[in-house]
Design a protein around this ligand. Sequence first.
Ligand code: 13P
Length: 247
Amino acid sequence: MQVSSRRQVVAGNWKMNGDKALVEQIQRHLMVADLKNMDVVICPPFPYFGLFDSKVKLGSQNISQFDSGAHTGEISAATLNEFSCEYVIVGHSERRADNHESNELVALKVEQILKAQLTPILCVGEPENVREDGTLFDYIAAQLDAVLLQVDISQFTDVILAYEPIWAIGTGKTASPAQAQEVHAFIRGHLAEQDANIAAKIVILYGGSVKGNNAQELFSQADVDGGLIGGASLNPEEFLSICRAAN
Ligand code: 13P
């Protein structure tokens, strides 16, 4: 089994789920778990931010591309900084679909996140028809290139990438370890065309129906450095077992 030397990261994306009881349960589980040498991040709905103990690393599910102003419903980097948020999920396929976030808008958001010294978790991934018609790598390259046009490769030392095939999100249809590895290696190789050193160090997470019983095999792939977890992050026991698989 190959284990990468990069820092392992597991982030739980609660999406529009969870409640106060889950905040309490997840904290209780995390406090007693002995998870050293890895980062565990929780990305809850915003109102729960203030309920977390300061030891828990928090991530936002969104950020505005603007600094401040009349943008109802949006959240700024400055606000996130005030609430000890360290990570921001950006380019998630659900926001790309529900909120029409283009590759170009995602790039502006990544720039905003880095300017605020937060860590973007930049999501890329293809719909099923793109995989079937054989244009998978072009699709992922276009998602990456839009960001590389806006943000210099040197700034990618502070970026986490997440490969989330859309057909695997919330469907129970996980990418096979080989399928995940193939795309992760492609992403790393694509970045290496600009800077091999940075590409070798960048953390690339896999997301899409990761569960306690498949995490170990996925995370053991050479270019898979942890996971971005949706449904299973709402079950403290299962989330912990996924974290342990990355540890
Ligand atoms: P699931 O783990 O529920 O498939 O969700 C993955 C995801 O979208 C995480 O951001």
